[in-house]
Design a protein around this ligand. Structure first.
Ligand code: CTP
Ligand SMILES: C[C@](O)(CO)[C@H](O)COP(=O)(O)O
Length: 237
C-alpha cells in the first residue's frame, strides 16, 4: 500500500490573494480537496499526509476523506523541506522500501487514468516514476532586454508534473543530500537524479495544471466542473 504526501505549506506568492491558493474555492470546495480526493481515489493509496505551513489558518481539519486517513504535519521554507517533513511524519508502518506518492496540493485536476498509469508503470521500475508531458511549443531563451536570445531545441524535453512516485528511504536520502549540498531541488525527481537515478517518465495530461497565478483558477474550475474524469469531493470532516 502507498501513502500520499501532499505538500500544502506554500504561501502562493505568485498567486497573491488573501489566502494561500490551495484553499481557494472551486465549486464550493477548497482546491486542496480535489488534489487529495484525486490521489486517495486509487485503491492502492491508503492515506494522505498533508504538509501545512506553521501558521496555516485555512486547513479545514479533515481527518479522513472517503474513509481513508488524512494526517498533517508542518512543512518548511522550501517545497523540498516540506516533502522531507512529510516523509518523516509518515506512520511507522510505512517501510523504508515502500513507495510514496508526492502530489502538489495545487494540482487539483489529476486524472484517475494518469494516476493508474503512473502507479502501474512506476511500481515496476527499480527507482520510481513521475508524470510528465512532452513540450509541444517552441521554446525561446529570453535575453535581459526583453528580446529573444535563442530558440532552444525541444526534442526530448518534458514538463514535470506530479504525482511523483519514489521509495520512502531512497527519496528521503536524496532530498537530504540535496539539502546538505545547498542545492534547491524543484521536484523530487531532481533530487533522485542528483543521486544518479533515472526515474521513469510516464506521460500524463496537459490539463494536470498547477494553479500558480490567478489566470489558472478559471481553467482549473472549468476542468473540474466539466471534464469526464473528475474527483468531486463530498463534504467530510
Ligand atoms: N515551502 C513550500 C513551498 C511549496 N509547497 C507546496 O508545493 C506545491 C507547489 O508549489 P508552488 O506552486 O510553488 O506553491 P507556492 O510555493 O505556494 O507558490 P509560490 O511559489 O507562488 O509562493 C504547492 O502545493 C505548495 O503548497 C510546500 O508544501 N512547501
Ligand atoms: C513539483 C512541480 O510541480 C513539478 O513541475 C514543480 O516543480 C513545483 O514548482 P514550484 O515552483 O514549487 O511551483
Amino acid at each position: 500500500m502507498i501513502w500520499a504526501i501532499v505538500p500544502a505549506a506554500g504561501r502562493g506568492s505568485r498567486y497573491g490573494g488573501e489566502i494561500p491558493k490551495q484553499y481557494l474555492d472551486i465549486a464550493g470546495v477548497p482546491l486542496i480537496a480535489y488534489s487529495l480526493r484525486a490521489v486517495l481515489a486509487h485503491p492502492s493509496v491508503q492515506g494522505a499526509m498533508v504538509v501545512l505551513s506553521e501558521d496555516d489558518a485555512s486547513w479545514p481539519g479533515w481527518t479522513q476523506i472517503d474513509g481513508k486517513p488524512v494526517r498533517t504535519c508542518i512543512g518548511g521554507a522550501e517545497r523540498a523541506d516540506s516533502v522531507l517533513a512529510g516523509l518523516s511524519a509518515l506512520p511507522d508502518d510505512v517501510r523504508p522500501d515502500d513507495f510514496v506518492l508526492v502530489h502538489d496540493a495545487a494540482r487539483p485536476h489529476l486524472r484517475a487514468s494518469d494516476l493508474e498509469r503512473l502507479l502501474d508503470l512506476g511500481r515496476g521500475d527499480p527507482v520510481g516514476a513521475i508524470l510528465a508531458t512532452p513540450v509541444r511549443d517552441t521554446l525561446k531563451r529570453a535575453g535581459g532586454d526583453g528580446g529573444i536570445d535563442a530558440t532552444e531545441p525541444r526534442e526530448r524535453l518534458w514538463r514535470a508534473l506530479t504525482p511523483q512516485l519514489f521509495r520512502r528511504l531512497q527519496l528521503t536520502r536524496a532530498l537530504e543530500a540535496a539539502r546538505d549540498a545547498g542545492i534547491a531541488v524543484t521536484d523530487e525527481s531532481m533530487a533522485m537524479e542528483r543521486q544518479g537515478h533515472r526515474p521513469l517518465l510516464v506521460e500524463g495530461s496537459d490539463d494536470n495544471l498547477k494553479v500558480t497565478t490567478p489566470a489558472d483558477l478559471p481553467l482549473a474550475e472549468f476542468l473540474l466542473r466539466f471534464t469526464r474524469e473528475r474527483n468531486m469531493p463530498e463534504s467530510n470532516t
